[in-house]
Design a protein around this ligand. Structure first.
Ligand SMILES: *Cc1c(COP(=O)(O)O)cnc(C)c1O
Length: 222
């Protein structure tokens, strides 16, 4: 089933767009099935679940952390994580930098921008992101590489609204790229699009989609 799902999802994603298979709440066997179909990037949203799966699965998997990350748990994932999508505060960035420094690593991060109208979503506003860059705050973070931005659209059937939100994020991404800031030498990733809205996200310029239920089926929260 997972193989078929992947085949049909893959046909809808252009080659230059990266696919993160969101495996949260799904068992290791499901991840292995996707792995055997050729997938190497998997996304998890709980630190404990990620660490325990990582122990048991092939070492060439690239693990992405896609959830809300608490500062006291950063140390557990920094040694091996490929990309942290949801960096939503300076305090979190500081802690990632500190742990990365301890491990003599540079950790790839995306700044989460709240583009949705919903109040509950975490993240920076567009103007906070621009301010962060202009004030040189990033200068102190030698062990973090800001690779780009991540955003989630409003959960709604109104596709025009979703499109507008993605388009705003793309515009912010483009304008930051145009600055060619020496603080952001590897700014190349725009993570937007999930199972229900990724085709719109791709049309609006996403470079990385995070897809769970369309590949693995419905999650069972217990
Ligand atoms: C769970 C999750 C996804 C995947 O959601 P689906 O609707 O199952 O594709 C993508 N991004 C984030 C941040 C998530 O938490």
């Amino acid at each position: 089933m997972i193989k078929q799902n992947l085949l049909s999802v893959r046909t809808t994603i252009p080659d230059q767009v990266k696919l993160v298979c969101v495996s949260k709440f799904h068992p290791e066997e499901s991840i292995l099935e996707a792995y055997q179909a050729g997938e190497r990037i998997f996304g998890e949203s709980k630190v404990q679940e990620l660490c325990s799966k990582k122990e048991k699965l092939p070492t060439d998997i690239q693990w992405h952390f896609i959830g809300h990350l608490q500062t006291n748990k950063v140390k557990f994932i920094v040694p091996f994580v490929s990309l942290i999508h949801g960096v939503d505060s300076i305090r979190l960035l500081q802690e990632i930098n500190k742990q990365a420094n301890k491990n003599q690593l540079v950790v790839n991060c995306l700044l989460q921008v709240h583009i949705a109208t919903e109040e509950t979503k975490f993240g920076f506003s567009a103007s906070e992101v621009l301010e962060l860059l202009q004030t040189g705050t990033l200068q102190e973070f030698n062990n973090v590489s800001i690779r780009g931005l991540m955003g989630m659209a409003t959960f709604t059937d109104n596709t025009q609204q979703v499109r507008t939100e993605f388009s705003h994020l793309r515009q912010l991404f483009d304008s930051i790229q145009k600055m060619k800031s020496p603080l952001l030498p590897e700014f190349d990733t725009l993570s937007m699009g999930m199972s229900d809205d990724y085709p719109i996200a791709i049309e609006e310029g996403s470079t990385m989609v995070r897809i769970g239920s369309r590949i693995f089926g419905q999650r069972i929260y217990s």
